[in-house]
Ligand binder design. Structure first.
Ligand SMILES: [Zn+2]
Length: 340
């Protein structure tokens, strides 16, 4: 298991694979789900505003036709599925897999599981779903009274091909994570006693200066929160910025670090394992997108069905990149490989 900070017992996820198959057996079922998600009180024609049951076109399930003005309305408009030729059921499967599989899924695995003939289709679907994670939650963490937040930074990166000796594409990543206290239960399981991770925020930062690290915290953590960091000097101004700050003298001692900043070290360890195990070559210019994906799934790990709806763009509007846009990127670091 990759994310072992997962609290499996609180993972309310009744939507098993068989239940998923019962809910979405075919195109019509997926279309009906989209219709219900958009018009809870029943279809209202956006052209003539008449509320009446629409006509269904058997060959084009994602289109509803108004009985009054006879105009068509697309069920996928404004969702991540807009204007694709891929069946709705494939999209639903993809969102389900991405939302429910803790370590995520690679395009090759996905292509195989869905029996898609083209790798590009698999890649494109996954990337469009990922676009739903590129704008992660904007609200600040640590906003509850007396909430504790751990903050730290870590280097991500590694072996580099085709560069001079000593040149590495190491990227600095800043992190803040809420520390939650488990409610005492009658459970005899010792692992259930203690702290676990709440919500996380991760960002690529240029350096270890106070401007970068404190700047990250000010963007992501609510003022007034208690923040635990190591004794790196850049964090020293947190007290003046309206936070309650505790600095732990770590001095490179991993044991001290794991005792006083245990949750954030678990997050770093899970993040690195995930990057190494699933995506074998994350290049620096894509790292923030992967951090956003990790954050999205981590913060919704107790609510995978919410993640499913967010990914499909049913819960909000998502503008996905096209395949062409993904490949027109300004890639300065194309020689790097072997991340983490
Ligand atoms: Zn109409």
């Amino acid at each position: 298991m990759v994310i072992d900070v997962l609290d499996r017992d609180e993972l309310a996820f009744p939507h098993s694979l068989p239940e998923f198959q019962r809910l979405f057996p075919d195109e019509a079922a997926c279309a009906a789900y989209l219709e219900r998600a958009r018009w809870r009180e029943g279809f209202v024609c956006p052209h003539c505003a008449v509320a009446d049951e629409p006509r269904y076109i058997s060959t084009r399930r994602s289109v509803l036709r108004c009985r009054h003005c006879r105009r068509d309305t697309s069920l996928t408009a404004g969702t991540v599925m807009e204007r694709t030729h891929t069946p709705l059921s494939v999209w639903f499967w993809a969102a389900y897999l991405v939302a429910s599989q803790t370590p995520g899924i690679s395009a090759v695995q996905f292509q195989r599981q869905l029996g898609l003939s083209r790798y590009e289709t698999a890649f494109q679907i996954l990337h469009k779903l990922r676009a739903g994670m590129v704008r992660p939650d904007q609200d600040k963490i640590g906003s509850k009274p007396d909430e504790i937040v751990e903050a730290d930074e870590t280097w991500i990166g590694g072996r580099t091909r085709g560069k001079g000796r000593g040149v590495h594409d190491m990227v600095l990543v800043a992190c803040a994570v809420e520390v939650r206290q488990r409610k005492r239960t009658s459970s005899l399981n010792k692992r259930k006693i203690g702290r676990y991770a709440g919500r996380v925020r991760l960002s690529v930062v240029p350096d270890r200066s106070a401007k970068s690290l404190v700047g990250f915290i000010e963007r992501t953590v609510a003022t007034g929160a208690t923040i635990i960091t190591d004794d790196w000097s850049s964090y020293a101004t947190l007290g003046k910025r309206g936070y309650r700050h505790t600095a732990v003298a770590e001095r490179g001692d991993m044991e001290v670090a794991e005792t006083f900043l245990p949750i954030i070290h678990l997050v770093f360890s899970n993040l690195k394992t995930w990057l190494r195990g699933i995506h074998h070559g994350v290049s620096p210019q894509h790292l923030q997108a992967y951090l956003d994906e990790f954050t999205f799934r981590f913060n919704r790990r107790f609510y995978p069905f919410n993640a499913f709806r967010s990914l499909l763009g049913i819960a909000g509007d998502v503008t996905a990149q096209t395949y062409a846009e993904l490949y027109s990127e300004k890639s300065q670091n194309t020689t790097s490989s072997g991340w983490v």
